[in-house]
Design a protein around this ligand. Structure first.
Ligand SMILES: Nc1nc2c(ncn2[C@@H]2O[C@H](COP(=O)(O)OP(=O)(O)OP(=O)(O)O)[C@@H](O)[C@H]2O)c(=O)[nH]1
Ligand SMILES: [Mg+2]
Ligand SMILES: [Zn+2]
Length: 292
């Protein structure tokens, strides 16, 4: 048996790459379906290669360091969230993704793309995320601005590009790595009602390992999350933990809340705190219905 990384899956066929770079087309044994295991791009797998024209088989998925359902990837070390002035950024969606990454110990970087259209956006986004320790960089796939800085952050990591459809994930890859991935006009996209990128792919070039994914505009509330644990996913709240009047403070308008105070003083972003409350309400509703 050989070992490799799953780099792409189309229909019931998977492409696995050995460390030396050889690629194999494989299918999955039926037992995976019985065990309700779906291979994800990023998986380390053991496989038997096919012979001649015959495809081979994925035999076993090695233990994952982490996994996402949306986008469906595994074993990443860094999430690169791509935001842009168009389509308009849904910051609640961004915060949901960030919270999920932090819950799995995955680093987050925000790339604010299309700086050629709005050079001030990155600065405004940075104000919201600086306290959380998230690097925010201004980039433009069109002009090339900021791409070297972004590449620097990608070195030594297995990154996953994520963000709304049309934000420019594939365009950034093309500009950074000299690829020719399909990109799509936003107006045509709305007409088609579809993503330009439809499948996840792990790309490796110039020592950079990065996944391109299909954008999405909705992320369902997380099931089975204890509302008390949501605040742990906000690094900027941590310095104030234990400083609120109530020991069990959820930083949700309780009297004497140190996080609220910090937001009033501009040490924590008010927008982030407001959206945290929205997510908290939602997490509570899910939690109360968890046995239904
Ligand atoms: N002005 C400008 N347009 C850009 C930039 N980057 C991407 N675009 C345009 O934005 C549109 C969407 O780009 P894509 O790269 O296809 O977006 P995507 O995030 O990969 O979208 P999905 O694959 O559907 O998730 C295309 O028309 C690009 O030409 C940029 O830096 N500036
Ligand atoms: Mg794309
Ligand atoms: Zn509090």
């Amino acid at each position: 048996m050989k070992q490799g990384t799953l780099i792409r899956g189309i229909g019931s066929f998977y492409t696995v790459r050995e460390e030396q770079g050889t690629e194999y087309t494989l299918r999955c044994k039926k037992k995976f379906r019985r065990e309700k295991k779906t291979p994800l791009v990023g998986d380390e797998v053991l496989f038997t290669p096919g012979t001649g024209e015959e495809h081979g088989w994925v035999e076993c998925i090695l233990e994952r360091k982490n996994e996402f359902i949306r986008p469906p990837v595994s074993n990443i070390t860094q999430l690169v969230l791509v935001l842009a002035p168009v389509p308009e950024t849904d910051f609640l969606l961004a915060d949901r993704m960030i919270a999920r990454a932090f819950s799995q110990g995955i680093k987050v970087v925000i790339a604010v793309n299309k700086a050629d259209m709005d050079s001030g956006m990155a600065g405004r986004v940075r104000e919201q995320y600086a306290a959380a320790g998230i690097p925010v960089i201004s980039v433009s796939a069109a002009s090339g601005d900021g791409l070297d800085e972004l590449k620097e952050l990608l070195k030594g990591e297995t990154s996953c590009l994520a963000g709304q459809s049309g934000a420019g994930k594939s365009s950034l890859l093309n500009a950074m790595l000299g690829l020719q991935r399909e990109t799509g006009e936003i107006s045509e996209r709305i007409n088609r009602g579809k993503n330009t990128t439809r499948t996840v792919e792990l790309l490796e070039k110039d020592g950079i390992r990065i996944m391109d994914t299909a954008g999405f505009n909705l992320l369902e509330p997380e099931k089975g999350l204890d509302p008390k644990e949501l605040k742990e996913r906000y690094p900027e709240f941590l310095p104030y933990e234990g400083k609120c009047r109530f020991r069990e403070c959820l930083h949700n308008r309780e009297p004497g809340c140190a996080v609220y105070q910090a937001a009033e003083e501009g040490l924590v972003s008010k927008e982030r705190l407001e959206r945290y409350r929205v997510l908290l309400d939602e997490t509570r509703a899910e939690w109360e219905n968890r046995y239904q």
